[in-house]
Design a binder for this molecule. Sequence first.
Ligand SMILES: CC(C)(COP(=O)(O)OP(=O)(O)OC[C@H]1O[C@@H](n2cnc3c(N)ncnc32)[C@H](O)[C@@H]1OP(=O)(O)O)[C@@H](O)C(=O)NCCC(=O)NCCS
Length: 216
Amino acid sequence: MQNVLIYGAGGFARELAWLVEQCAAAGQALAPVAYIDDAVENQGREVNGLPVLSLAAAAARHPAAVVALGIGSGAVREKLDARLREHGLGTLSLVHPRVEMSRFVDVGEGAVICAGSILTTNIRLGRQVQVNLDCTIGHDVVMEDYVTLAPGAHVSGWVVLGRGAYVGTGATIINGTEARPLVIGAGAVIGAGACVTRDIPAGVTAVGMPAKPLLK
Ligand SMILES: CC(C)(COP(=O)(O)OP(=O)(O)OC[C@H]1O[C@@H](n2cnc3c(N)ncnc32)[C@H](O)[C@@H]1OP(=O)(O)O)[C@@H](O)C(=O)NCCC(=O)NCCS
């Protein structure tokens, strides 16, 4: 049996604990054993029947455990990923039993794919990529490390999402072409419900239909 620590104790962390339970119910030898929270005031509490521990306490109590990152922000996952490596803790990729995908999908270390998502073919998910509930990802998509898709996001074929890009809930990205993939730059944020029809530069927040940079 592989013990699993969930980093975080907020909304997505609790959903991730459920995902681990669903994988276990489908026959994978996994068991969530604790949440990890850096906020001292939360440590020592119990959340949904599991203790909330500091990273040091969790590593001491469960030295053979692996960690799943229950955090929606790719930038935060990147920082935590580095800390876990310093503590010698490995991470776990999780694919919900009700995900459909072909054998031509590479799932990077620590990546999480939630229930109801469909990934077709020739897709690469980098390290700690997070695909939330009910997303679709078409052919020839590359999602670099720490990319996040919020629930119900749709990514069409021949799209590249740069490191740490974030796609909000219900957003749609139309297809690129083989010769010229549509590129969402590193760290770009696509607002909830947006429709992306052209490349979005790195670091830009874009909203609306068609998606345009958000000017404040
Ligand atoms: C796009 C986004 C990142 C902007 O956040 P922000 O920088 O805090 O922006 P604000 O809330 O200050 O809004 C600024 C303006 O953009 C508008 N706006 C915000 N989000 C928008 C969206 N998704 N689509 C269209 N307009 C949006 C606001 O109405 C506001 O307009 P106004 O100035 O005319 O009043 C955010 O609203 C968003 O959509 N995040 C995705 C959230 C999500 O999918 N969560 C899933 C969790 S699982």
